[in-house]
Design a protein around this ligand. Structure first.
Ligand code: ATR
Length: 274
């Protein structure tokens, strides 16, 4: 059976092996998927060793997504736009292709799992780092009326908006703003900052939300993030990043195995912790 893994540091708590094992079982695919702890200074050597050992590919997580983009011989368009890689495909000829399925996973979770159609909606994206970058093109492809990027360092959001607006033939739906200038309410608010990792709340005003706004945190944990709690207090529907995790995994599985798993039941089982 073909072997795959998820490379990160730390990696012990990754749920990806459970998710891919469930996908393999459901689709009847013969594959193994493991955790791989790469030393912080030896990501490249770790990947080369997997290629040499005949692995079919690997997922990449914190803190190696940028290094994975540098290492790949070829990047897909969406990986290049994100400037980051979460999925590596190892060719039979030894080449390494870098892709990024995070943005597609995010949009899939919003539209399929949460049942929110993004067409014509006002969408607010918090953060302008790697996680936010990967979400921009897939979000715009879902046809929102507006996609505003708010960031603590406004210049970073401005630069992102300038770059993507130029790349996308002067797409006028993108805007950048400071947290204090957020003019809500928005239909969907996505926390793509790393604030939740530090148990921090990005300085988003309560007026960003209305009753029924979908507030999605890309992070997930045992308890709701401060962003989710705050959004909930302002009437929003809270959603963590577990659905996005399952959906990005399904996209990677499709690339490697040519079959797309049904994610709904697997996500439900993960939520119940079984
Ligand atoms: P990632 O790959 O997770 O996106 P990153 O590229 O380091 O990580 O980006 C982190 C993002 O979270 C940035 O947008 C950062 O804002 P700055 O550009 O101003 O640094 C944002 N961020 C991190 N901690 C934050 C906090 N406590 N409040 C608001 N934004 C925060």
């Amino acid at each position: 059976s073909e072997r795959y893994c998820v490379i990160g540091n730390p990696i012990a708590h990754s749920k990806s092996p459970d998710i891919h094992a469930a996908f393999a079982l459901q689709t009847g695919q013969d594959m193994l998927y493991e955790r791989c702890l790469a030393p912080l200074d030896a990501f490249d050597a770790t990947v080369r060793a997997l290629v040499a050992a005949g692995y079919g590919g690997a997922n990449v997580t914190v803190p190696f997504k940028l290094q994975a983009a540098d290492l790949a011989d070829r990047l897909t368009e969406r990986a290049r736009a994100a400037g980051a890689v979460n999925t590596l495909i190892f060719n039979s000829s030894g080449g390494i292709i870098g892709d990024n399925t995070d943005g597609a996973g995010l949009v899939g979770d919003i539209t399929r799992n949460a049942g929110v159609d993004l067409e014509g909606k006002r969408v607010l994206l918090l953060g302008a780092g790697g996680a936010a970058r990967g979400a921009i093109v897939p979000l715009l492809a879902a046809l929102p009326a507006e996609l505003t990027i708010a960031n603590r360092t406004v210049a970073t959001a401005d630069a992102l908006v300038d770059r993507f607006t130029a790349q996308l033939a002067q797409d006028q739906r993108l805007a950048a703003c400071a947290f204090e200038n957020i003019a809500g309410p928005y239909d969907v608010v996505i926390n793509a900052t790393s604030a939740s990792l530090a148990d921090d709340l990005p300085p988003v005003p309560g007026s960003a939300f209305r009753a029924g706004t979908l507030a999605l945190d890309m992070m997930y944990g045992k308890v709701p993030s401060r962003f989710m709690v705050f959004a909930g207090e302002h009437g929003a529907l809270e959603r963590d990043g577990l659905g996005m995790l399952v959906e990005q995994a399904a996209e990677a599985f499709l690339l490697w195995r040519g079959a797309r798993p049904e994610t709904a039941a697997i996500l439900e089982r993960l939520r119940q912790g079984v």
